[in-house]
Structure formats: structure tokens, C-alpha cells
Design a protein around this ligand. Structure first.
Ligand code: BDP
Length: 685
């Protein structure tokens, strides 16, 4: 008998890991939820624990009158090991708090924390933690790279996909409590009764998971849908139309969250079409929503075609309006002043509207970061913004403290992420893109969590078979380095918007489109000429630096003080300018592009060790996408360096790998992709 044991063990070790299509995300098996034993939400919480929790018995305590718990809010919770050591109690002032507590307990267990003496108290950093889906009603997803929309509008409300519940569960497990279902470029149809019935069906499924539904609206809906002659926000019939539309929405969805509005932005209608302001538009909607406790998230993503620097325009339009918005209006500000680039400085608006609630908008979907082909862990990018000191009130006025309400005490606080979710089996396309959905939720819940902590948690739950040492290597040497690598091979030193026209996937620093707005073209941003490279936004140029508080305005303004990772954002720098390490700007650019390529090659090497520790399906999926990323990194490097070399006329240092593509081939190469597709391969010529 004894002698068989080693043989049996050996046999176990060579068994391949079960195939995994990634559809279960970071979650363990979904429980069967009995209907309404306690309450729909508490039923879910207790079934989750029944299925997944292996420790002491857990007791739920809903204590609405407890002062301590009320201070944590309805989503906050306390988890404590009972005094006698024989059980655990999760208590909260709200049912959603109990659910979040249950998911926290499971997370602690599944990430290997010591659960023997628990005394945890949690309160979310932001009150509204919201995904923005850029999903169109025709099933496409703007900037979506994981298949079609998850919402099967044609089938709703009669046919309900099981994925709706799975989606709500995934969000609840990481604390996301709101979802804007449709694209900011909104079709007026979304507010029709036909669609409201479909939306109600989704809201009913999401509700027990604490997930509220919001909608993007088209500002001219009164005309387009209601048949009115105007959508002027000061017109009485328009106000009445919105009032009754809102009433109708709440009759279908009593806990509807509110509206997200893109107005007078990129050609969409808005109050300015009628000579009114953002305040007039936002407040009119806010008044309609107020009786039902709904909110308006009004986007500050505005810029007009014209002479002034695009990066300055949101600030110019919005700062004069500070203090005039209703309490239930939150201004939604993209992290940077241009548009979700691999690196931007934080938007100066964050430090400039002390009397208005502001919410950060991050992009989880990788519009400018290699779509679903590139492994780029985005938490470091978001944290860089959140941790930026705006100096709006001396030191320590970070974007996080301004937007989470701790500095200016706004009544509502919120944070949004543009979703990377589609109907792909694994939800997000790239297996590692799931980490960005996860990280957004965790960071919105607790803005002080570090990117490393979140990556570590996600890896432990998602790739359970990894050894400790390989898991750390993947976390520290792949995930934590991946954003900087992308910056290096795409847009180092503060370069930005050099992506191809339309789809924004590959490099096109040379891009010219007859008749196109100049601020949609790369040359507007890189300004390469025989002298140097970069956009002069200092006081000798567009003076965007003046939109930052001291000392940042001076730091950004002076070439010698400006952080080198933003130097070409703020300055037009001579090719021969000496960087801090003694290299010329040109050489530094060559080294950075090359570093980016080398980093991705290193990711490939590290990932190759995961064979056998990760199921074959996800192992080869990641391996395949890393190959694309490595090819694309070379494409980016060659395209940008060979193109800029036309201006610098300087050689690529001989120590570095030399280009393998011809500039003319790259300039003649065009990929055609529609909205919801991910480019199938990189530049292969
Ligand atoms: C840009 C996208 C565009 C969006 C726009 C927005 O290219 O598809 O509609 O932002 O945020 O990043 O409104």
C-alpha cells in the first residue's frame, strides 16, 4: 500500500489544469440564491457565504440605529469575530453593506489572509462608484474591444441573459454600485417607453446587488423624441417635458440613479445651442431629478475647434461657473486635460472648482492603450492622477481628497470608469484586462489601496495555481511595469495623441486627413520641426501652465524644472537639449522607445514560466496577445523614431536595436476596424 502513494502523487502532478475560459473572472462558483428568505440582498450575501466561505459561522446584523454603523453609511460594514471566538458577525446600517461585508470576507479568505481574529471596519471612499458603458442601442460598443454590447436590447425585456446577473454579482463583489447603460453619445431613443421597459428589466436584476441604473441622455431629446420645437433649457415646455419624462422613468425604476450628460462636446447638442450655459442645462435636469433623489453627472469634456490650446478649454469653460450648479450636479472630469492618453498631467479643473462637486472619469477600456491586445494594468495611471497634489489649498489637496469630499465636503461624491466589458466569454477580451475592471472597483471603494495590493489580490483570485514567487514576479515585473512600458513604446516624455485617425490603435504621427479638425491630428500635439519636439504650453506658448496652482505652474513652466516624463507636454524642446542623464532629447527618445520594446519582451519571458501553473487556454491566450504587443511595440518605436528622425536628422544610437520596418511601409499601412472590434494583429509587413 505504502509504495503506491508516491506514484499516485506523481500522477496528480502531471494532470493538466482544467480549461478555463475566464468567464468566472476573479470570482468563485456562483451560488444558487433561494428567493426571498430574508431579503433579496441578504439572501445573496448568505448564499455567497454558504457556497464559498469555509470558516466560522457567520451572522448578519442589520443595525440601522447604531451610531457607529450609520457613520459608515449604508454600504459600509463592520466584520468582527465574536467575543467567544465561535462565530463572525457582519454588521451594517444597510443591506448592501452586509453584502459588501460578505464579499470582503470571501476576498480575505481567497487571498490567504488570516481570518481568525477579525475586526474590520470599512466605509467606501466614494458614494457613487459607477461604470460608464459606451454601448449603443444597435449593439456596438464605442471604443469597446470585447465583442458586442452585453445588453441584448432586441431580446429585452422578454429574454433575460444569465450574464446580467453575473455582471451585477461581479460589480457587487468589488463595490461598484452604479452603471450607466448607454453611450455618452446618446441616442434619444433610450428614453422611449419601449427602451424604458427593457431598462426596467435590467434594473430589477441589478437591484438586489446594490447596482443602480443610470442613463446617458441626448440633450435635444425634447425635440428628437418629444416632438417639441426646442430643447432650450429655459423654455417652460422643455422643463415640463423633462419633468414628466423623469416621472415616467421613476414609475418604471423607482431607484433610478440619474443622468450622465455629454453636451456641447464633439458636435453633440447642448444648452449653448440656445445661448444658454452648462449651468442652465445641468440645473434644469437636476431640478427634474431632485424630487426622486437622482443626480446629474455633467461632463466637462468640451473643446471647440479653433485657435486656443485644446488642453485649456474645459478649464476656461467651467471655472467661471463654479458655485452655480445645484447640489445634485456633479461635474465629471477626465483625468487629464486632453483625452485618456497613456500619460497626461492631471486636469487643472480638479484644483479650480472648490464650490462644485467634481468626479474623476477614468477609461478602463483601452482606447489609446492597445485595445484588448496589450497587457496594460491601469491602476498606476489612475493612482498617479488621484495622488497628484493640485495645491488648491496649500499642500495635500490631492485629486483624491478633492473628489472624495474630504477637502471641500460636497454632499455627493462619485467616480466613474468607462467600462471594458462586452459579450466576449471572458468579458474583457484580454484576460489581464479583467484586472482593470477589478482595480477600478477596488480603488473606488478604497482610494488608498495601492496598485500593488490590488494587483496582488486580483492575481491570487484569478490565477489560483501560480506559485508565490511567480505570482510576485507577474505582479511586480509585468503588471506594475506595464503602464510605463506602454508609455515608453507609444508616447514617452509627455508626447500624446500620436495614434492613428479614427480607431486610435497604432502609431500615425504623420497623419493628415484633408479637412479634419487640426486638434484631432497628431501634428497638433507633437509639433515636430527642425528645432525640436513638443507642445509649448509654457508662458511663452499657450500658457496652459498658468491653469495650475503654485508651485506647479512654475515647475511645469520652466523647462529645467519640468518633470521629464511630461516635458514634451509642456515644452517644445530642442533635439539637442541635454536631459538630466546627460543624453540629448533625441537620444533619450530613442532609449525610451527601445526600453518600451525591451520591457514587453521581458513580459513574454516571465509569462512563459506560467505554463503549467495556469490553465492552457488562458496561458496561450495571454501568450498570443503578448506576441502581438511585442510586435506592436516595435511598430510604434520604428514609426515614431523614423518619422521624427526626418526632423531631428540625428542617428539612432548604435548601441540600440535598429528599426526593422521602412517608414514608407508603415505610412502606407492602414487597418480598418469597426467600433466593437479589437484589431486582430499588429503591424506585420
Ligand atoms: C474620446 C473618444 C470618443 C468619445 C469621447 C468622449 O474617442 O469615442 O466619444 O472621447 O469621451 O476619447 O466623449
Amino acid at each position: 500500500m505504502k509504495s503506491y502513494l508516491p506514484i499516485i502523487f506523481a500522477f496528480f502532478f502531471i494532470l493538466p489544469l482544467a480549461a478555463d475560459d475566464g468567464s468566472s473572472l476573479w470570482l468563485s462558483k456562483a451560488p444558487v440564491v433561494p428567493s426571498n428568505v430574508l431579503s433579496p440582498t441578504v439572501d445573496i450575501a448568505s448564499s455567497e457565504l454558504r457556497e464559498g466561505w469555509h470558516g466560522l459561522p457567520v451572522n448578519f446584523q442589520l443595525a440601522q440605529s447604531s451610531k457607529v454603523l450609520r457613520a459608515l453609511g449604508k454600504d459600509g460594514f463592520v466584520i468582527q469575530t465574536d467575543k467567544n471566538g465561535k462565530g463572525i458577525t457582519i454588521s451594517s446600517a444597510g443591506e448592501t453593506g452586509l453584502l459588501y461585508g460578505a464579499y470582503e470576507l470571501l476576498r480575505l479568505q481567497n487571498t490567504g489572509s488570516d481570518c481568525s481574529h477579525l475586526n474590520i471596519s470599512e466605509k467606501p471612499s466614494y458614494q457613487f462608484r459607477i461604470l460608464n458603458h459606451w454601448d449603443n442601442i444597435d449593439g456596438t460598443v464605442e471604443r469597446g474591444y470585447a465583442g458586442h454590447s452585453l445588453w441584448f436590447w432586441k431580446e429585452l425585456p422578454d429574454k433575460i441573459s444569465p450574464r446580467y446577473q453575473a455582471y451585477a454579482r461581479a460589480n457587487a463583489s468589488i463595490g461598484i454600485n452604479g452603471t450607466v447603460l448607454n453611450n455618452v453619445n446618446a441616442s434619444p431613443q433610450i428614453l422611449s417607453v419601449e427602451y424604458l421597459k427593457k431598462i426596467k428589466a435590467l434594473a430589477d436584476i441589478f437591484r438586489p446587488y446594490g447596482l443602480k441604473v443610470y442613463l446617458s441622455i441626448n440633450f435635444s431629446s425634447p425635440v428628437a423624441l418629444g416632438g417639441l420645437a426646442t430643447s432650450d433649457p429655459l423654455d417652460k415646455s422643455v422643463c415640463r417635458w423633462w419633468g414628466s419624462k423623469v416621472k415616467e422613468i421613476y414609475s418604471f425604476i423607482p431607484d433610478f440613479g440619474g443622468f450622465l450628460v455629454k453636451a456641447n462636446s464633439e458636435g453633440l447638442p447642448g444648452p449653448q445651442d440656445y445661448g444658454r450655459t452648462h449651468v442652465d442645462g445641468a440645473n434644469m435636469l437636476a431640478d427634474a431629478l431632485k424630487p426622486y433623489h437622482g443626480i446629474v453627472m455633467w461632463r466637462a469634456f468640451v473643446y471647440k475647434s479653433g485657435d486656443d490650446d485644446r488642453a485649456k478649454q474645459a478649464y476656461q469653460e467651467f471655472v467661471p461657473l463654479d458655485g452655480q450648479f445645484r447640489e445634485n450636479v456633479i461635474i465629471q472630469v477626465k483625468n487629464g486635460p486632453v483625452d485618456f492618453q497613456p500619460r497626461e498631467p492631471f486636469s487643472p479643473l480638479f484644483g479650480a472648482m472648490k464650490k462644485t462637486a467634481l468626479m474623476p472619469e477614468f477609461q478602463i477600456t483601452q482606447e489609446y492603450l492597445g485595445a484588448s491586445n496589450h497587457l496594460v494594468y491601469l491602476a498606476p495611471l489612475w493612482k498617479e492622477c488621484l495622488n497628484s497634489d493640485t495645491y488648491s489649498d496649500g499642500q495635500g489637496a490631492t485629486v483624491a481628497r478633492i473628489t472624495d469630499g474630504s477637502l471641500y465636503h460636497q454632499p455627493f461624491t462619485a467616480i466613474a470608469g468607462v467600462a471594458n466589458i462586452g459579450d466576449d466569454k471572458n468579458w474583457c477580451g484580454h484576460p489581464f484586462a479583467q484586472a482593470n475592471w477589478y482595480a477600478f472597483g477596488r480603488m473606488a471603494w478604497n482610494v488608498d489601496l495601492t496598485s500593488q495590493q490590488i494587483a496582488g489580490e486580483w492575481l491570487k483570485q484569478t490565477f489560483k495555481g501560480l506559485s508565490d514567487s511567480l505570482r510576485s514576479e507577474i505582479k511586480d515585473q509585468i503588471m506594475m511595469k506595464s503602464r510605463e512600458a506602454a508609455v515608453d513604446y507609444m508616447t514617452p516624455l509627455g508626447l500624446h495623441h500620436m495614434m492613428a485617425w479614427g480607431h486610435h490603435y497604432g502609431p500615425e504621427p504623420w497623419c493628415v486627413v484633408p479637412g479634419a479638425r487640426p486638434d484631432w491630428l497628431p501634428s497638433y500635439y507633437h509639433r515636430a520641426d527642425s528645432i525640436g519636439l513638443g507642445y509649448d504650453r509654457s508662458s511663452t506658448g499657450s500658457n496652459a501652465t498658468a491653469q495650475y496652482h503654485s508651485p506647479l505652474c512654475d515647475i511645469y513652466d520652466q523647462l529645467s524644472l519640468c518633470p521629464e516624463n511630461l516635458i514634451l507636454w509642456f515644452h517644445h524642446v530642442p533635439w539637442t537639449y541635454k536631459m538630466k542623464d546627460g543624453r540629448t532629447l533625441w537620444d533619450e527618445l530613442c532609449y525610451d522607445y527601445n526600453d518600451g520594446v525591451q520591457e514587453v519582451r521581458l513580459f513574454q519571458k516571465i509569462w512563459s514560466k506560467a505554463k503549467g501553473q495556469v490553465d492552457a487556454q488562458r496561458f496561450s491566450d495571454v501568450q498570443h496577445r503578448l506576441r502581438i504587443q511585442a510586435r506592436d511595440a516595435v511598430w510604434w518605436r520604428d514609426a515614431c523614431l523614423l518619422y521624427f528622425q526626418r526632423f531631428s536628422k540625428m542617428p539612432i544610437p548604435s548601441q540600440l536595436e535598429q528599426p526593422v520596418h521602412e517608414l514608407k511601409d508603415m505610412m502606407n499601412y492602414h487597418i480598418h476596424i469597426t467600433n466593437y472590434e479589437c484589431p486582430p494583429y499588429g503591424f506585420t509587413k
